[in-house]
Design a binder for this molecule. Structure first.
Ligand SMILES: NC(=O)C1=CN([C@@H]2O[C@H](COP(=O)(O)OP(=O)(O)OC[C@H]3O[C@@H](n4cnc5c(N)ncnc54)[C@H](OP(=O)(O)O)[C@@H]3O)[C@@H](O)[C@H]2O)[C@H](O)CC1
Ligand SMILES: [K+]
Length: 505
């Protein structure tokens, strides 16, 4: 799914209005029906809605939603800033319709203090949407701060008011703090960055049937990985195939005290479906690996740390989990890197060793996949002020080095050598534990070995990792789920993917 800027969204709106064609007021009605439907389907306990409306079209949506919720049996009140202020044309049409309904009272912001926000009341925010042009000030700032202080459930229409759509938030002290954001048609970039995460709550994207022609024809540099993209990438296993069909994985991982990382990476490579899996690890890991991963074959690369990277070019190598940065490991790894020309998966200590000298970057084979977390990224490429700047630096570096960068984050970003970005939306905070990255390395190495392109490997691999984590958190909770549970859920994800490829009779 493409991510459009606020400006492109406005153009998308206009394109739909003129090409469908549909009057703009009808499009507002469509958007509002989607919101009112979502609320009435999901809010069973909260039967009273208090809707805060601005003067633009976001406010217009809010006013229309108020009418619809009232018609669905909710108690509804509407707050506007100033009835004498200029409303957008469509907001005004909806305001007139609302005035015909005697059961809804229209109040002023200054009435908030006397209003009864009982525990059955939900607060609906329709102050500003994609038209926000500056930080909130004055009465708007005050009302947002007053509402944020309430314990009631809070729902934002399209965008939490005060949050920009496609640039980093500058003024954090006046943004509506939503529990749920019901956004129209596509993701907004800010929702996917950690700086804004605390304002959106859970995001639901509502389909309001904006023009498909526009969405297909307009280029976007930023995308969200959705089921449609995953289904176009995933290849079910062929019946007449053998282990040679699914490639050879070489996990290069582990050192004394960190053999567990090699186990996790190896297990996930196996569980992702590689034909043959080998692990190059120090001898101290021999019994551990042979016992915990009997399906994999062991190569000794040293005693307590790897000091011999002797690898065949027909293997797909994933390097880094638990490797350590012993000088002998480093020397041998950098020598190997200088002489190896096939794409690699590089993670953790492999990245840390490369980052010791920026000259090492040029030894990374083209089309390799680098999987840094923010700290590793900083060591490799330098410090940035925020996650937006970090992503732009990653785009520059991916283009310059001709590599794929998997920037691990709450919504991991995949950057291809053209600088295009794919945000992942599977996964959860249960992955914020040691070992989660080792699993991702195993998954990616396995997919690349099986013949997926580098780009498809990144997209499918990151999505799989997050989806398995979502299944694990449902079973065990975000707190208790372990990386091992994530590996064990890979099977359930593949079952679901296979089911989606079956043709119905
Ligand atoms: N395609 C869709 O997704 C649809 C979206 N709809 C809804 O429309 C809004 C966008 O509506 P728009 O009127 O463009 O913008 P807003 O309602 O967000 O706000 C615009 C007005 O607010 C003023 N403004 C902006 N920032 C501030 C501020 N900090 N303080 C005070 N006033 C502010 C702005 O004034 P300017 O001075 O900037 O000109 C405007 O007057 C979208 O989010 C959806 O909810 C459609 O209903 C359906 C299709
Ligand atoms: K809003």
């Amino acid at each position: 799914m493409k991510i459009f800027t606020a400006e492109q969204i406005r153009a998308w709106d206009q394109f739909t209005i003129s090409h469908e064609p549909v009057p703009s007021i009808q499009l507002m009605e469509r958007a509002s029906i989607a919101v009112a439907h979502w609320i009435s389907e999901n809010c069973k306990y909260h039967r009273k809605a208090v809707v805060f409306c601005g003067n633009g079209n976001n406010g217009g949506d809010g006013i229309a939603v108020a009418r619809m919720l009232y018609q669905k049996g909710f108690d509804v009140d509407v707050f506007v800033n100033n009835l004498k202020e200029k409303f957008s044309h469509d907001a005004l049409v909806n305001l007139k319709r609302l005035r015909d309904i005697s059961g809804i009272s229209i109040k002023k912001f200054s009435d908030i203090d006397d209003y009864n926000f009982d525990d059955k009341t939900m607060i609906v925010d329709a102050l500003f949407g994609t038209g926000l042009s500056r930080s909130l000030e004055g009465e708007y700032k005050e009302v947002v701060n007053q509402l944020n202080a309430k314990k009631n459930i809070k729902i934002s229409i399209d965008v939490p008011s005060g949050l920009p759509t496609d640039k980093i938030i500058e003024n954090k002290d006046c943004v509506f703090n939503a529990d749920y954001t019901l956004s129209f048609q596509s993701w907004k970039r800010t929702f996917l960055h950690p700086e804004a995460g605390e304002y959106t709550g859970k995001v639901f994207i509502l389909d309001i049937d904006l023009s498909k022609e526009y969405a297909e024809s307009v280029a976007a540099e930023y995308n969200v990985i959705d089921d449609h993209l995953i289904d176009s990438i995933f290849q079910p296993r062929k019946e007449f195939s053998h282990k040679g069909t699914y490639g050879k994985v070489m996990m290069i991982a582990g050192s004394y005290g960190k053999v567990g990382a090699a186990v996790l990476a190896t297990k996930s490579a196996l569980k992702t479906g590689a034909g043959l899996t080998f692990t190059l690890a120090p001898e101290c890991g021999y019994e551990i690996l042979q016992t915990s991963c009997p399906e994999a074959m062991f190569f000794a690369g040293g005693k307590e740390h790897i000091e011999n990277f002797d690898v065949d070019e027909n293997m797909t190598c994933g390097i880094g989990p638990g490797l350590g940065t012993h000088p002998q490991t480093e020397k041998s790894f950098l020598n190997f890197l200088k002489g190896y020309n096939t794409p690699l998966i590089l993670d953790a200590d492999a990245l840390n060793m490369i980052s010791k000298d920026s000259k090492n970057l040029k030894f990374i084979p083209e089309k390799s996949i680098l999987t840094p977390h923010p700290k590793e990224f900083e060591r490799l490429f330098g410090k940035t002020d925020n996650s937006f700047d970090r992503l732009e630096l990653a785009r520059e570096k991916a283009k310059e080095l001709h590599v794929y960068i998997v920037l691990k984050d709450h919504h991991t970003q995949i950057i291809n050598p053209k600088g295009e970005v794919y945000y992942n939306i599977t996964g959860n905070a249960g992955l914020a534990k040691g070992g989660s990255g080792d699993i991702l390395t195993g998954i990616l190495t396995s997919l690349l070995a099986q013949g997926y392109s580098e780009e498809d490997t990144c997209i499918l691999g990151v999505w799989l990792h997050g989806k398995a984590a979502d299944f694990a958190s449902e079973k065990y909770s975000k707190e208790s789920m372990l990386p091992t549970d994530v590996i064990n859920e890979l099977g359930s994800v593949f079952k679901e993917l296979n089911k989606r490829t079956e043709k119905d009779l």
